[in-house]
Design a protein around this ligand. Structure first.
Ligand code: ZN
Length: 498
């Protein structure tokens, strides 16, 4: 394979229709592993600390099904409106690798827990449950410092950590239903948000808690082209970029009379390209057969797995939350931003609770959170809402609405709150940002301004209404900017009319 090294590709990729299907794995949040009582903590610092004879595949041990893992998958399935299986069974997927001690992985082949459903308009084929593999790491030859392949005899070492072996893993497969890179990224983002909303998985891509693989093909006809599977996609951006890269690579290959080979390719984040890893074996190679040590799981016979029960216990789902925000009057983009992480929607919902259902204050809050706090965190890389209390933020919004603060002043106060927290009243008063809106406190200033600008006042009375702005400006100056301009204008009109 050499085509992966070409840095610039100029083929007219637009003639081809792109088709993408995604396969996404997610480690599920459970106390124990999928088929034994070892702790589910694959990130544990000490290797091989969460292991037992079952997940090490000692002869004579028997697996038992983790109910919680089954429930997680059913909840995801219910959320995307998938069909629950009447019964399910586990299968052995046979292959040899040092990180798979049994010589097979327990997965689900013929009878996945969930069939169908959709997310961001993309049809889902199935969701099934399986166990994760152990993790192997390959160490360099300590004498020469050269990295070596596993099994190299010259002093290099390959180590296996079984803490991850048997961790419950959900696999979701979509239909080849995606035709642009952006939708693939959106699907993966929305699934991450859903998994987190349901508490089913932490779903961090960079920690391998969620792993995205894309099957990518292009074609000029209705028939699908040869698909290439791309792995190592450690961020949503790399999902999108790898797809864009493959479109161009495959188009160039086809245009020059070549053929796309069915294979697995990796994504090189540093070089921003895909590279060949291995030719793809067909699914028949795995010799799937039903796991004889586990019973068929009759979902319909267990009340805990009933669709009605699972559906009734679902929390507010990401798209329901966005719809609720839009119904409050928020812009679609603000609703997306505020619903995009659990931290953001928790903060915004707490602010809404403080503000007691005022739609005006809800949209005002959204503006300040998205533009000002969002801008601050984007620049500072700080932990969002670490210092800002929802009650303080709500108070700031009431001050803006009540004209105690100008919008400029509110931005300054909010910057301080984002950095170190505090009460907006106190911050505003310490910095002399409080706006005077009390008519009685301002009336004296107004009289002075009128007195000092007699000729302007006469011209204004004579019909030059534009001069009112000038007089408001003079009054603002006289209050050193602390007067509320709307109130000053009202008072000027009142006093001149007397
Ligand atoms: Zn175990």
């Amino acid at each position: 394979m050499t085509e992966e090294n070409s840095a610039t590709i100029t083929a007219p990729a637009s003639e081809y229709r792109l088709t993408v299907g995604l396969e996404i794995h997610a480690e599920l949040n459970t106390d124990t592993k999928m088929f034994c009582n070892s702790a589910n903590d694959p990130q544990a610092a000490k290797p091989n600390s969460n292991i037992c004879p079952v997940c090490l595949a000692h002869p004579g041990t028997l697996p038992t099904i983790n109910r919680k893992a089954v429930e997680h998958v059913l909840r995801v399935g219910a959320a995307i409106d998938g069909k629950f299986a009447d019964y399910t069974e586990f299968d052995r997927k046979s292959y040899f690798y040092p990180d798979i001690p049994k010589g097979y992985q327990i997965s689900q082949f013929e009878h996945p827990l969930i069939s169908g459903g959709s997310l961001v308009g993309v049809a889902v084929t199935r969701i099934h449950l399986e166990e994760d593999t152990a993790r192997s790491s390959h160490h360099a030859n300590t004498t020469t410092g050269e990295a070596m392949d596993a099994g190299d005899a010259n002093n290099s070492k390959s180590l296996v950590d079984f803490n991850r072996a048997g961790v419950p893993l959900m696999e979701l497969v979509t239909e080849p239903d995606i035709h642009d890179a952006k939708t693939a990224g959106e699907f993966a983002r929305e699934l991450q948000l859903l998994l987190r909303t349901l508490g089913a998985s932490h779903a961090n891509l960079e920690k391998g808690e969620m792993r995205v693989e894309a099957n990518i093909s292009i074609s000029k006809t209705d028939e699908l082209g040869t698909k290439v599977e791309v792995k190592n996609l450690n961020s949503f951006r790399s999902v999108e970029r790898a797809i864009a890269y493959e479109v161009e690579r495959q188009a160039k290959l086809l245009d020059s009379g070549g053929k796309v080979v069915q294979e697995t390719r990796g994504w090189d984040e540093g070089k921003q390209l895909t590279f060949s890893q291995r030719l793809k074996e067909g699914s028949a190679d795995y010799r799937y057969f039903p796991e004889p040590d586990l019973p068929k799981l009759q979902l319909t016979a267990d009340p805990a797995f009933s669709r009605e029960k699972i559906v009734s216990e679902l929390p507010e789902l990401p798209w329901e939350r966005r719809a609720r925000y839009v119904a409050l009057g928020l812009k679609e983009t603000d609703a997306v931003y505020l619903g995009s992480t659990l931290e953001r929607n928790k903060f915004f919902d707490a602010v809404l609770a403080e503000l007691g259902g005022s739609a005006t204050l809800a949209t005002l809050s959204a503006n300040y959170i998205v533009s000002d706090l969002g801008g601050y965190y984007a620049k500072s890389d700080g932990v969002e809402f670490e210092h800002v209390m929802p009650s303080d933020f709500a108070e700031l919004m009431r001050m803006v609405e009540g004209n105690e603060l100008s919008s400029r002043g509110a931005k300054d106060v909010l910057a301080v709150m984002a950095e170190k927290g505090g009460s907006p009243k106190q911050i505003a008063s310490e910095r002399g940002l409080l706006q005077v809106s009390d008519p009685e406190a301002l009336r004296g200033t107004i009289k002075e301004v009128i007195e000092a600008n007699q000729s302007v006042v006469e011209e204004y009375k004579g019909g030059k209404e534009i001069l009112l702005k000038f007089l408001v400006g003079q009054a603002m100056k006289a209050t050193k900017g602390s007067g509320n301009p709307t109130m000053l204008q009202e008072l000027l009109v009142q006093e001149i009319g007397k």
